[in-house]
Design a protein around this ligand. Structure first.
Ligand SMILES: [Zn+2]
Ligand SMILES: [Zn+2]
Length: 122
């Protein structure tokens, strides 16, 4: 299971389901592979959460997902994939969304600045 956004669905390879299962069950053996990349700062070393178990801190049921470290769904190289519990995955993506939003704002401000500059020249 992976929280695939509808607009990104077409970007995943056709065998994504098989890749995801292999990473979660074979490579990660059902345990979150996050070594702190999530930035939560609530676990030292590898995250202790195990699929189907109780999440540390909250006690809610852990659902292991597979994250793309570079946030590129097409890039399914082993080193770009990381099995993550939903807590680590959500936090990891949130950090990325914040950066993306900031970049979008910067681009909009720059575009507006160039527009104003251009109008001033005319
Ligand atoms: Zn985790
Ligand atoms: Zn983590």
């Amino acid at each position: 299971m992976s929280p695939i956004r509808p607009e990104n669905r077409g970007r995943y390879p056709s065998d994504w389901a098989a890749i995801s299962v292999r990473i979660r069950t074979v490579r990660a053996a059902g345990r979150c592979e996050c070594l702190g990349e999530c930035g939560r700062g609530t676990h030292t070393g590898r995250c202790p959460n195990v699929n189907g178990g109780a999440a540390y801190g909250t006690g809610s049921k852990v659902v292991l997902t597979v994250a793309h470290l570079n946030h590129t769904p097409e890039d399914c190289r082993e080193e770009n994939l990381r099995a993550m519990c939903q807590g680590c995955h959500l936090h990891y993506d949130r950090e990325h969304h914040r950066e993306t939003a900031a970049a979008t704002r910067r681009a909009a401000i720059e575009a507006a600045g160039q527009l104003a500059f251009g109008e001033g020249e005319v």
